[in-house]
Ligand binder design. Structure first.
Ligand code: C2G
Length: 132
């Protein structure tokens, strides 16, 4: 069984997230998604609308996702890849090159981001719509 892993906040799930999850799954048979905990989000300077538990429940309902684990630190990726016997690490290309150190442990794939959508854009558009 070929195992794939990807990481992210995945807040306010949108088609950009679905596109990366669908393409990541195409690299294997089993997709693990490591979702940033609320505390790790704070470290990333992000405040998710949905809590970790809500984001976990939503992702577990996505057909491409086989397992959801928490992301607590930047440093856990090597351990995750080894512990879960991961073959392929996939991220959007806004992270191009940032995780090449994982090439020692698994394949590393950066995929083009989906243009025109982001959680930040959703929040800004909603704020504009509601504040006139
Ligand atoms: N993404 C995408 N297209 C978009 C928006 C996001 O392909 N329009 C991808 C990102 O490139 C990333 C994944 O969706 O691979 C999750 O994005 P975020 O939830 O913004 O995650 P991020 O804050 O980039 O966290 O350790 C890695 C970090 O946890 C990544």
């Amino acid at each position: 069984m070929k195992k794939v892993i990807t990481y992210g906040t995945f807040d306010l799930l949108h088609t950009g997230h679905i596109n990366i999850l669908r393409r990541a799954k195409e690299y294997g048979d089993y997709l693990i998604v490591a979702i940033s905990s609320d505390e790790f989000n704070a470290l990333k300077g992000k405040k998710a609308y949905y809590t970790f538990e809500q984001r976990k429940a939503i992702l577990e309902a996505v057909r491409y996702v086989d397992e959801v684990i928490p992301e607590h630190t930047w440093e856990q990726k090597v351990e995750d890849v080894q512990k879960h016997n991961v073959d392929v690490f996939v991220m959007g290309d806004d992270w191009e090159g940032k995780f090449d150190f994982l090439k020692e442990y698994c394949d590393v794939v950066y995929l083009p981001r989906t243009v025109g959508i982001s959680t930040t854009k959703i929040k800004n558009d909603l704020n504009k719509a509601n504040n006139g």
